[in-house]
Design a protein around this ligand. Structure first.
Ligand SMILES: NC(=O)c1ccc[n+]([C@@H]2O[C@H](COP(=O)([O-])OP(=O)(O)OC[C@H]3O[C@@H](n4cnc5c(N)ncnc54)[C@H](O)[C@@H]3O)[C@@H](O)[C@H]2O)c1
Length: 138
């Protein structure tokens, strides 16, 4: 069974995605700091692995047995990003890039980064830079 590491998996998008992945037969490990609690996981809590941790500081054990990483973690909208731009950059840019680089290093071939907010604002340039650094294509 393929295992997906779902960063931000307790959030609005992540908790729905976790359920969908389980339905499709994937094993799911969620890494989330639980800023908004774990209510979104109430129906699947006994079927997922939950690692309560910060995406800015992820140990190698979190990647063990992982086949793919989906990243929907971090600050998810403009107001939270504007409230703390430093944390926003650390999570949404630096940590996202570090997670991708770790995947590459460990041979985890699929890294899915979901963020329409980034793509539709000035963050586009950041995304392109990240992709070039990772030798990925948009
Ligand atoms: N909600 C939408 O309608 C929507 C639409 C388009 C794109 N998106 C994008 O999808 C992504 C997820 O959106 P969402 O609405 O699910 O957001 P959300 O805020 O509900 O979920 C984000 C999750 O990330 C976790 N998180 C935040 N910082 C963390 C950290 N440092 N370490 C570990 N976990 C951390 C939070 O605890 C939360 O569970 C965002 O990038 C957002 O821009 C969302």
């Amino acid at each position: 069974m393929s295992k997906v590491l779902l960063v931000g998996g307790a959030g609005y998008v992540g908790s729905v995605l976790a359920e969908e992945l389980l339905e499709r037969g994937y094993a799911v490990r969620i890494l989330d700091r639980l800023y908004y609690g774990d209510i979104g996981l109430r129906d699947i809590r006994d079927r997922v692995e939950l690692v309560v941790a910060d995406m800015r500081n992820v140990g190698p054990e979190v990647f063990e047995g992982v086949d793919a990483l989906v990243n929907v973690g971090g600050l998810s909208n403009d107001p939270t990003a504007e409230y703390n731009p430093k944390a926003n950059r650390e999570m949404n840019t630096n940590a996202s890039l570090a997670l991708a680089e770790t995947c590459k290093k460990l041979g985890i071939r699929r890294y899915i980064f979901a963020s329409s907010a980034l793509f539709t604002t000035a963050g586009w340039a950041v995304t392109r830079k990240m992709c070039f650094r990772m030798r990925l294509r948009l």
